[in-house]
Design a protein around this ligand. Structure first.
Ligand code: ITT
Length: 178
C-alpha cells in the first residue's frame, strides 16, 4: 500500500487506475503541505515533501505550460484555473496561431529516501472548450497527433497523459522494474 497525498479527487482516481495495472494499491491521504511559489514544479514538489513527516507517500504537482505565453500558467495552473478558468486561457490565445502547449507532472516519492519522477505530454490548445470528461484544462488540451481534447476522449487521456507517464515511472520503480 502506498499513499497519494492530494486534495484533488480526479488526480487520485487517475493514479489509482494506473497503479492497478501494476497490482499496486494506492490510497488518498489529505495532509496539508506548503506549496511554495517557485519557478519549477520540481522545486514545489521537493519543498513540499520536506515538510511531510511520513513514509511510503507521494505528492504530485502538475501544470499546463503554453508555449506562446512563455510557459504560463505553468506553476500557477491551479490559481489560474480556480480564479479565471479555461475561458481566460482561450482569450489570451485569441487570434494566436501558435497554440502549442505541454502538460507536465512531477511526482515526489518518499520511501527510504526521496525520488523525483517527471512526465509530460505535448499538444495544442483548442479554439474552444470541448468535452465533459476529466477536469481542469482537459477541455482545452488536444494531444499532438489527435483531434479530440482529453475531455472528449478520456481513454486517450488515460493512455497518453503526463499523469499516466509519471505514475508509470513510480509504479515501475516500486515494482523494481526500472
Ligand atoms: P494537489 O492537492 O495534489 O496539489 P491540485 O488540484 O492543486 O492538487 P496540481 O497543483 O497538481 O493539483 O495541479 C494544478 C492545476 O493544474 C489543477 O488544479 C488543474 O486545474 C490543472 N491540472 C493538473 N493536472 C491536470 C490534468 O490531468 N488535466 C487537466 N488539468 C490538470
Amino acid at each position: 500500500m502506498i499513499y497519494f497525498i492530494t486534495s484533488n479527487e480526479n488526480k487520485f482516481k487517475e493514479a489509482k487506475e494506473i497503479f492497478a495495472e501494476y497490482g499496486i494499491e494506492v490510497e488518498q491521504k489529505k495532509v496539508p503541505y506548503p506549496e511554495i511559489q517557485a519557478d519549477t514544479l520540481e522545486e514545489v514538489v521537493e519543498e513540499g515533501l520536506k515538510s511531510i513527516d511520513e513514509e511510503n507517500v507521494f505528492i504530485e504537482d502538475a501544470g499546463l505550460f503554453v508555449d506562446s505565453l512563455g510557459g504560463f500558467p505553468g506553476v500557477y495552473s491551479r490559481y489560474v484555473e480556480d480564479t479565471l478558468g479555461n475561458g481566460a486561457v482561450l482569450k489570451l490565445l485569441k487570434d494566436v496561431k501558435e497554440r502549442g502547449a505541454v502538460f507536465k507532472s512531477v511526482v515526489g516519492y518518499k520511501g527510504n529516501g526521496i525520488k523525483i519522477f517527471t512526465g509530460k505530454v505535448e499538444g495544442d490548445i483548442a479554439e474552444s472548450e470541448k468535452g465533459t470528461a476529466g477536469f481542469g484544462y482537459d477541455p482545452i488540451f488536444v494531444p499532438k497527433g489527435f483531434n479530440n481534447t482529453f475531455a472528449e476522449d478520456f481513454n486517450l487521456k488515460m493512455r497518453l497523459s503526463h499523469r499516466k507517464q509519471v505514475m508509470e515511472k513510480l509504479a515501475k520503480h516500486l515494482s523494481g522494474k526500472d
